[in-house]
Design a protein around this ligand. Structure first.
Ligand code: BG6
Length: 473
């Protein structure tokens, strides 16, 4: 057999979005509030007591009412897969009810009908930074063990309803981000500065058990279902060759590896247990928890990749910008308009590292460039965006995916982030755009919500149609 030098025939090309960033309709048809409805400035500003009109996510890009038109555009690009999340509080408005909200379930039936019409495979994130607010305020989110039961009921409802139509599932989006954003990621109400490490790691344990437990439920309902974990991936490089810097970078990576190690290997790694011992943390881990973790490991590993970072124990620290977490600035790399290091080769590194470490099929479920776009008149008179910077970014990353596949890494697919412009997670801006499709909405909430194809739209359509052969090395 020759070494594969291109993408497999069944490679899943597509894009990704999350309910809270694109659906809008935040209180329609019985939906309850989620943590996002009280985060008008994302993670960069204070939360509010109740939803406020300046919160762009309340309307999002109104996918809730425009899903037919939007999915038709994705189909026009030739999407094979579409990753989206289900808003937990559409299905269980408070999170702790015993019966689901039928109107919420029916909405996702309609979305799936539309995807099926075009032969687009759904990839569903069960929890994407959308913990029902009631669970946060009443139980302190994942800090409370009872969350496992609420999550099991919610996930079981989804598997029973959609398990014949949705094969690929992700449990928690960027599960490791809870280390840095306990409210948005873990629905933990205790302010970050007051949250003890004991409670934080206990919350992480609850999430990991819940993830394994719903993997079991999925497989019981339909053994064909494929359940993956989802990790925020950042390769950390030592800032200098000093062994102390090498170790610092390794420690930073291990903070993230822990989550994949548990999901794939079914137990906490020794380095993590040592960390807990050193910090004097004793977790409440039952025998049943241990069995659940050990017996219900994931079918595949998915991750987001936007950037790499450096670490150092010996040099002055110049903090790098980054996706919910960062280290120190890498002086060899350019950065995006939001200060995220641009490092296509880092994607090949991560793919190889994860494959070598876990030997599980990998799914790149987020990657892309957040940039300010300018709407101009295209050659045919219709509005467009000349986003060659985005094309360059994605081309260069996909070339590295191709290299990793040639290295022998098994990659299932690639879903670029924010395939249609949506509201940013970290800054809650519209102006931080990732899409192939421009949405006419501004940071002040004005705009018609009209959709326009950017130049990258046709570029990506060609990449998909040629199964990657049109990429420029
Ligand atoms: C990931 C999230 O952190 O990165 C997405 O899973 C998010 O929800 C994406 O939108 C890009 O981040 P941002 O902050 O630019 O929207």
């Amino acid at each position: 057999m020759t070494t594969p030098t291109t993408f497999p025939d069944d490679f899943l090309w597509g894009g990704a979005l999350a309910a809270n960033q694109y659906e809008g309709a935040y209180d329609a048809d019985g939906k309850g509030l989620s943590v996002q409805d009280v985060m008008p400035q994302g993670i960069v500003g204070p939360r509010t007591e109740a939803p406020t009109p300046d919160n762009l996510k309340l309307v999002g890009i109104d996918f809730y009412h425009r899903y037919k038109e939007d999915i038709a555009l994705l189909a026009e690009m030739g999407f094979k897969v579409f990753r989206f999340s289900i808003a937990w509080s559409r299905i269980f408005p408070n999170g702790d009810e015993t019966e689901p909200n039928e109107a919420g379930l029916a909405f996702y039936d309609r979305v799936l009908d539309e995807l099926e019409k075009y032969g687009i495979e759904p990839l569903v994130t069960i929890s994407h930074y959308e913990t029902p607010l009631h669970l946060t305020e009443t139980y302190n989110g994942w800090a409370d063990r009872r969350m496992i039961g609420f999550f099991e009921r919610y996930a079981r409802t989804l598997f029973e309803r959609y398990g014949k139509r949705v094969k690929y599932w992700l449990t928690f989006n960027e599960i490791n981000s809870v280390l840095h954003e306990p409210f948005m990621s873990g629905g933990i109400n205790t302010p970050k500065e007051e949250l003890s490490e004991q409670d934080l790691y206990q919350a992480i344990h609850h999430e990991l058990v819940a993830s394994a437990s719903v993997t079991r439920i999925a497989h019981e309902i339909n053994p064909e279902l494929q359940v993956g974990c989802m990790i925020l991936a950042i390769p950390f490089y030592p800032l200098t060759p000093d062994p102390r810097d090498v170790w610092a970078a390794k420690q930073a990576e291990r903070d993230n590896y822990t989550f994949g190690d548990v999901h794939v290997r079914g137990a906490y790694p020794g380095y993590f247990l040592r960390k807990l011992r050193d910090k004097g943390i004793e977790l409440d881990i039952t025998e049943a928890d241990r069995r659940t973790l050990a017996e219900h490991t994931v079918d595949f590993v998915s991750f987001s990749y936007y950037m790499s970072s450096c670490e150092t124990a010996t040099q002055q620290r110049e903090a790098s910008g980054g996706n919910l977490m960062g280290g120190v600035v890498n002086p060899t790399l350019e950065v995006s308009q939001w200060g995220w290091a641009i490092d296509p080769r880092g994607l090949r590194t991560i793919l190889n590292d994860y494959w070598d470490r876990w030997g599980k099929p990998l799914f790149i479920v987020e990657n892309g460039l957040g940039a300010r776009d300018e709407l101009v008149t295209g050659p045919d008179g219709t509005p467009t965006v000349a986003d060659d910077y985005r094309i360059d970014y994605m081309n260069d990353h996909l070339v590295q995916v191709r290299e990793a596949i040639a290295d022998g890494v098994q990659v299932i697919g690639y879903t670029s982030w924010g395939c249609i412009d949506c509201v940013s997670a970290s800054t809650a801006q519209m102006s931080k755009r990732y899409g192939f499709i421009y949405v006419d909405r501004n940071d002040d909430g004005t705009g018609t919500l009209e959709r326009y194809r950017k130049q990258s739209f046709g570029w990506y359509r060609d990449v998909i149609a040629s199964n990657g052969a049109s990429l420029k090395a």
